[in-house]
Design a protein around this ligand. Structure first.
Ligand code: C5P
Length: 223
């Protein structure tokens, strides 16, 4: 039997993309598969944590041993996460859409022959990680992700502070890496202490090692 260092602890994990409605049939989305976030939820549960996964729309199965809440938009995801506070651990892995359509049309927007395309006005979504990181009920350990295609480390360091995270898992999602939607990942752990470079491995292994790191850092934070 594996040791269960997170027995008695609660964890919230977000995963997947969000879908931001434009009208009843159209939405804005991104290429997140949910593989990394779902794997992390499962590995935290394997270490004994009581885990709730808040998942955007994905095609993969709900992980075993984890309570899964399904949401569509960033605003729904934030509501679900806030309802789960207080918690000991929050790991925000979801690729939340930064923007949504300003004002969802109640009816399908019709194409009008000879008319210019309708303008798509965007408005900013709430930042779930930042909200949780600065919350009155802030979890003891708050972990964020940073998917970037450039200036990976500098961007992650800036995010630590701005979002109130204990550490940021930075990964390069440039198309040539195959990370987005793929099964492998190479991450760097960015905290106040510095940058820890992990070798490339499959997402399940990243999740297992991350769950161990979370258990270790939670111990230190409590001690
Ligand atoms: O700023 P950026 O989107 O790169 O930050 C990534 C981190 O912030 C991830 O942990 C992601 O889950 C989280 N995030 C969030 N809500 C947003 C945007 C990002 O929770 N609206």
């Amino acid at each position: 039997d594996r040791p269960r260092p997170l027995a008695g602890k609660t964890a919230i994990v977000t995963s997947g993309p969000t879908h931001e409605p434009i009208d009843p049939v159209r939405y804005i989305a991104n290429r997140s598969s949910g593989k990394q976030g779902h794997a992390i939820a499962a590995e935290l549960a394997a270490l004994g944590a009581r885990v709730t996964l808040v998942s955007g729309p994905v095609t993969i199965a709900d992980p075993q041993g984890v309570a899964t809440v399904h949401v569509e938009s960033a605003r729904e995801m934030l509501d679900a996460v806030e309802q789960l506070l207080p918690a000991d651990i929050a790991v925000m892995v979801a690729a939340v859409a930064d923007w949504r359509a300003a004002g969802e049309a109640g009816e399908k927007i019709k194409k009008k022959p000879g008319k210019a395309p309708p303008p798509l006005k965007l408005t900013e979504n709430p930042d779930i990680l930042r909200t949780v990181g600065h919350h009155g009920k802030r979890p003891t350990l708050v972990v964020g992700f940073a998917a970037e295609t450039q200036n990976l480390i500098d961007n992650a360091k800036a995010k630590l502070e701005r979002k109130g995270a204990d550490f940021i898992v930075a990964n390069d999602v440039s198309p040539e890496t195959g990370v987005m939607g793929g099964d492998r990942n190479r991450v760097r752990i960015v905290s106040a202490k510095g940058v820890d470079d992990w070798p490339e491995m499959d997402k399940q292994s990243v999740a297992a090692r991350l769950a161990g790191e979370i258990a270790r850092r939670l111990q230190t934070a409590i001690a």
